[in-house]
Design a protein around this ligand. Structure first.
Ligand code: SF4
Ligand code: SF4
Length: 769
């Protein structure tokens, strides 16, 4: 039943409905809904089992890849370590056969101790702690029933989570805003706890009970949050603050903002299905559905009108919001904040003026290097991106994000060249084309060897062996103009008597001179050096021009793959690259690559999708009889791998998957520190005789995990050696993972990533799955 029904991936499990704190802003005890009074304090084991099975059933029927379960309360730690262990074990047993399980827990921290931390690390539970900032801010609301402060207990809990052995379980801080607090002090107190992420929450309010607005300022929340946003930008965004990331253009939203359908259901201690907790602020019973885990599957809950309306995106909003210019970013705010007796939820948020002003404030103070339009914006929190890649492959959306971040880096390097060497005619042309034909510029800048060219121009020592550092901008401008069909004339420096037009080809121009005058016309370019002039037509029916060596590409399931054997900046692998291949050799390599890509699709479709998502070029390496099977990636050349032209597609498939892992991880390492900076340690690994630096081990582990996954898949066929290969690479990967985790050289994000790799590796055991 319900095959077309929307799938839900997040579930909040209320494992304990009472709390040891008595916060006066608590929506559970202090707001309109008082249903907690009639519910059992603890979720009974039979209810936990039933809830876990309902979630598993939904994951199985809908193919949900990752299920997120948040243990919540009241205060979930009141269940104690033994009670929580039972719940966690039940969830793992029921759900992991069908989906990857992402476990989280939200706590006030008061009861957190070492035993609980160990349990959370063991079960890979990520713990969020509610903490409102400095002592004055926190004590304003977060107090015990006798009025005493909880500040010291919560800070002690945060210190426990920060310890290296627990850090992988530290999810972040949830801070409720109070505009009477000093925003600077709150910001500093939050940062001092070094959380991986901060969630800032607006206090719950409705039109019936509007938020506190002390003083004449009509938008105090925008002012308060705007102040923190400014500090955060000035500090270089040292931590993920979800609210600010979500509110940026294309920010993707959260439950509190944006138009994404609500993807969360709550299970109360008595097994009742409910909608999000914040609705409890609206009216008694507002979150209820009348359904429970004993009699009703998830699909039935999703059809409940209160849940269904929240799947409707903009159509589920009131007329004011529908007409609002920032509706795609605000989404009408948190659903609960729209409540007004009489019109129900059919209103803008009670925070509407603040939300408008806050979006203005965010726009008015962008980070110093704003992404160009259509490119990356920091929407995916680090843990989600890493979790996705830690499956071994990563989804196409994650690959798109990585590719976009790489493009942003290339653009930043381009701007750095302009800053260093000044504006030139080529720069001006690129700027013009970026406005007039942005797709053409983007297609050229996404070429894997543009970044090495820019890096080499800025720092020739960074890529030794590439010869004189020539200005690459004129050739980029020519390529973009050619793509855009925009007439232009540019002087392009010659390298070894030739010019390279990235993504199009090389033109050899005999004769003296250091540069060529290149004129772009419709479907052609004309280059002149002294008295030598060549005209190159892009029309395949026009006979080829002497000296023109066009790029060649081959069809692969994901599109077309460039066989890059001409661009001089491909020589960035620290290994000799092959000069331009003769036509038969190029055709043979092309066939192998096409077939290899199909082999990847056959063996590990998820890795094939990851190749589709970003691999654009293959560089042939020069043959070396001593090492006939070689492959490489270069950190500056995302989108390309280099391989020796091995004729066997089965072998080539493994090389492609292996190297693409390095490319993906390289792109991640451009964004995040997974290894503690300044690590001089060396780690012994089974695949190399010499001890390796932590980053090298991380690269090895990530590549070997993928290779294990390939062989694990082949083990299900009649390949007699596949099981042994799978076991071999699995052992290497496992040893590398354990060595990395024991090395204490990883950051919190790195530990989490490697911990997830360990889970992915579990699933490759021969005989499993
Ligand atoms: S700690 Fe959380 S559940 Fe407990 S009273 Fe405070 S806000 Fe409510
Ligand atoms: S709540 Fe206000 S700012 Fe948000 S979408 Fe509605 S009208 Fe726009």
């Amino acid at each position: 039943m319900g095959g077309s029904c929307r799938r839900i991936s997040q579930f909040v499990l209320k494992v304990h409905s009472r709390c040891d704190l008595s916060c006066d802003h608590c929506y559970i005890y202090q707001h309109a809904d008082q249903t907690w009074r009639g519910r059992p304090a603890r979720m009974p084991p039979a209810t936990v089992r039933r809830a876990a099975r309902r979630i598993a059933e939904h994951a199985r029927e809908h193919g949900v890849p990752v299920v997120h379960v948040v243990l919540h309360g009241g205060e979930p730690l009141l269940l104690g370590a033994a009670g929580l262990r039972e719940v966690l074990a039940e969830l793992r047993t029921a759900i992991t056969p069908w989906a990857r399980l992402d476990l989280r827990l939200q706590t006030n921290g008061v009861l957190l101790d070492e035993e609980l931390c160990r349990l959370f690390v063991e079960y890979d539970v990520r713990v969020g702690v509610s903490f409102d900032g400095d002592r004055a801010a926190n004590d304003r609301h977060r107090v015990f029933a006798h009025g005493g402060s909880s500040h010291d207990q919560v800070r002690r809990a945060l210190a426990l989570l920060r310890r290296p052995e627990h850090r992988a379980s530290y999810a972040g801080i949830l801070c409720t805003v109070d505009v009477r607090n000093d925003p600077d002090r709150v910001y500093e107190a939050l940062l001092a706890e070094r959380p991986p992420r901060v969630d800032l929450l607006l206090p719950h309010a409705t039109w019936d009970h509007p938020p506190l607005r002390p003083g004449p300022d009509p938008t105090p929340y925008a002012r308060w949050l705007g102040r923190i946003h400014r500090r955060w930008v000035d500090d270089g965004r040292p931590v993920s603050i979800r609210m600010f990331e979500a509110l940026r253009p294309g920010g993707g939203g959260t439950e509190a903002f944006g138009l994404a359908p609500a993807d969360v259901l709550v299970i109360e201690t008595d097994g009742a299905w409910e909608q999000v907790d914040s609705l409890k602020t609206a009216y008694h019973g507002a979150a209820g559905t009348g359904l429970d885990v004993f009699d009703h599957p998830v699909d039935e809950v999703v059809r409940h009108p209160g849940v269904a309306v929240r799947q409707d995106g903009v159509d589920g909003l009131c007329a004011t919001c529908r007409a609002c210019p920032v509706v795609d970013r605000c989404g009408g705010g948190l659903y609960a904040h729209r409540w007004r007796t009489g019109s129900g939820f059919d209103n803008p948020s009670v925070y509407c003026p603040d939300l408008l002003a806050l979006i203005d404030a965010v726009d008015a103070y962008p980070p110093p290097t704003p992404p160009a339009s259509g490119e990356w914006s920091a929407t995916a929190p680090v843990d989600e991106l890493l979790d996705d890649l830690a499956t071994g492959h990563g989804s196409t959306s994650t690959l798109a994000l990585l590719a976009a971040t790489q493009l942003s880096i290339t653009r930043a390097l381009l701007a750095a060249c302009r800053d260093r060497f000044g504006s030139t005619a080529a720069w001006d042309l690129l700027v013009h084309l970026d406005q007039a034909a942005p797709d053409a510029v983007q297609a050229v800048l996404a070429h894997p060897f543009v970044r090495p060219a820019l890096v080499h121009r800025l720092d020739p020592a960074a890529l030794p062996g590439l010869g004189a550092a020539l200005d690459p901008l004129p050739a980029l401008a020519v390529a973009a103009a050619l793509r855009a069909g925009v007439p232009a004339t540019v002087r392009v420096p010659l390298r070894a008597g030739a010019i390279t037009v990235p993504t199009f080809g090389d033109l050899v121009l005999p004769g003296p001179g250091e540069s060529a005058e290149v004129t772009v016309g419709p479907g052609e370019l004309r280059a002149r050096v002294g008295s030598v002039e060549r005209t190159v037509s892009l029309d395949p029916l026009v006979p080829p021009t002497t000296g023109w060596q066009p790029t060649r590409d081959v069809p692969v399931p994901g599109g077309r793959l460039l066989l890059e054997d001409g661009d001089p900046y491909r020589d960035c692998y620290g290994q000799p690259v092959e000069p331009r291949l003769e036509a038969p050799a190029a055709r043979a390599l092309g066939r192998t690559l096409t077939d290899a890509w199909r082999v990847v699709q056959r063996d590990v479709p998820a890795h094939a999708a990851a190749l589709d998502g970003g691999l654009r070029a293959v560089v042939p390496l020069a043959p070396d009889p001593a090492r006939p099977l070689r492959s490489a990636t270069a950190r500056h050349a995302f989108g390309a791998v280099a391989v020796t032209p091995h004729p066997d597609p089965e072998t080539m498939a493994v090389l492609l998957v292996h190297e693409w892992q390095h490319a993906k991880l390289g792109a991640v390492l451009d964004l995040y520190d997974l290894v503690e900076p300044g690590q001089g340690s060396r780690i012994r690994v089974p695949w190399r005789p010499d001890p390796r630096p932590p980053e090298g081990v991380l690269q090895g582990v990530y590549a070997h995990l993928a290779v294990t996954q390939v062989w694990r898949s082949r083990a299900d066929t009649d390949d007699p050696d596949a099981s042994a290969h799978a076991a071999h690479f699995r052992a290497w990967t496992r040893d590398g993972v354990e060595a990395l985790l024991a090395s204490r050289s990883l950051t919190a994000a790195g530990e989490r990533f490697v911990g997830q790799l360990r889970h992915a590796l579990e699933e490759t055991r021969v005989g499993s799955g």
